[in-house]
Design a protein around this ligand. Structure first.
Ligand code: S3P
Ligand code: PEP
Length: 422
């Protein structure tokens, strides 16, 4: 199977159906982190069960946090944080960036490592910021994995200036733990714009829901007051970014797909999917049964700024490959720092099927061409696999190398996809 790849289902008509996706990765891992450093036990329902959340759970347990399952409820009980501990980050940005600021509150040494490619993902900005806030860190001067955090049981905190143009996760990481620092945190961003604004809003909203005072009124500045984080029983929203490939199937085949449980309001980047798919020419409605996307049978080329919703890019690129004219996806230079260099990977893999994709300084130009089948490489990137599956609906004999990489955020993806399109 691995050399041959997973045969992507090919359809010769409209894809129609209803899909229920599990919990949001980004909300799940924030809920786990915040519960772990809050003032009492929290009960979480709808928590995502996938590689990234399992790595987060193991990391927190290794620091002394209690996490137990009872039916569909996960109970997180804060404990006194301590090392020594070893944290496996896998390829999860939310683990490699969000856990070090928490480990800094532990008493003892916490060592971090991860997948081979995790060593390529930038860490220097967040490690440097933590040093400024009084934390001792050893990364051998590399600004990358592996690194260790030597905690003393408390962190001074205070003012820090950083360049978060490479990833919003550098800011979110400090926001999530900052209330537990003696002086809180006062973060200023200095550099090109910070991407992924919805994810920053998500961090701020989840802190406020737990009684933390966060001032983000001034652009590029976030001030978190020191104080307790209240425990909170909460239900996690479905992962709207993981809903994207299923909805895209309707857009490109002229079908109709409903995703259940779509929130009326959300801080997830997927909240922008209705607008994006409308731009491509689909009809989108939000009803009591969920969000329904209906393809019109025609996909319009688009010029889109995806800087706020970068993680949606691979699936959007796949939709653009079937448009009636060129598309330009902009504002996403930071995707070169994701699970793989997504701009290079999309260019290489689409073009290997006969496509015409070129990298821009900050994005991709996609000129639709007739595609032929072949083995699509995923580079251990779940969203490359989603993009390939979308292409495979309308391309003969497309095979996906390492479909198992979808386990990062949606282990059931192959069965769910076959169920909808097979
Ligand atoms: O905070 C988060 O949960 C995330 C922030 C974003 O990171 P970048 O700002 O690095 O793109 C996003 O792409 C990632 O999938 C999840
Ligand atoms: C960029 C992503 O993940 P991570 O949380 O590992 O940065 C993603 O899921 O698209």
């Amino acid at each position: 199977m691995s050399e041959q790849g997973w045969p992507a289902p090919r359809v010769d008509g409209a894809v129609n159906g209803t899909v229920t996706v599990p919990g949001s990765k980004s909300i799940s891992n924030r809920a786990l982190i915040l519960a772990a450093i809050s003032d009492g036990p929290s009960h979480l329902t709808g928590l995502l069960e996938a590689r990234d959340t399992s790595l987060m759970r193991s990391a927190l347990v290794s620091l002394g946090v209690g996490i137990t399952d009872s039916g569909t409820t996960v109970t997180v009980t804060p404990g006194s944080l301590k090392g020594p501990a070893n944290v496996d980050c896998g390829l999860a940005g939310t683990v490699m960036r969000f856990v070090p600021p928490v480990a800094a509150l532990a008493d003892g040494v916490v060592a971090f490592d991860g997948d081979e490619y995790a060593r390529e993902r930038p860490m220097g900005v967040i490690l440097g910021a933590l040093r400024t806030l009084g934390v001792q860190i050893d990364d051998g001067g590399t600004g990358r994995m592996p690194y260790s955090v030597s905690g003393t049981g408390s962190v001074r905190g205070g003012k820090v200036t950083l360049d978060a143009s490479g990833s919003s996760q550098f800011v979110s990481a400090l926001l999530l733990a900052g209330a537990r620092y003696d002086e809180g945190v006062d973060i200023r961003h200095d550099g090109k714009p910070v991407p992924s604004q919805p994810h920053l809003d998500m961090s701020v909203a989840m802190l406020r829901e737990r009684g933390v005072t966060v001032d983000d009124a001034e652009p590029n500045r976030w001030v978190v007051a020191p104080g307790p984080i209240r425990a909170l029983d909460t239900a996690i929203e479905p992962d709207l970014s993981n809903a994207a490939p299923f909805l895209a199937a309707a857009v490109i085949t002229g079908g109709s797909v409903t995703v259940t449980g779509w929130p009326a309001e959300t801080t997830q980047p997927g909240g922008q999917l209705p607008e994006i798919f409308t731009r491509f020419g689909a009809d989108v409605t939000l009803g009591t049964d969920g969000l329904t996307v209906r393809g019109s049978g025609r996909v319009q080329g688009c010029d889109l700024d995806l800087s706020e919703v970068g993680e949606l890019t691979p699936v959007i690129a796949a939709v653009a490959a079937f448009a009636d004219g060129p598309s330009y996806l902009r504002g996403i230079a930071h995707l070169r720092n994701h699970e793989t260099d997504r701009l290079a990977a999309l260019e290489t893999e689409f073009n290997a099927l006969g496509g015409d994709v070129t990298q821009l300084d900050d994005g991709l130009a996609i000129r639709p061409k007739s595609l032929q089948g072949g083995l699509f490489h995923t580079y251990n990137d779940h969203r490359m696999a989603h993009a390939a599956a979308v292409l495979g609906l309308l391309v003969d004999d497309l095979r996906i190398e390492n479909i198992g990489t979808t386990a990062k955020t949606l282990p059931a993806f192959p069965e769910m996809w076959s169920g909808l399109a097979g």
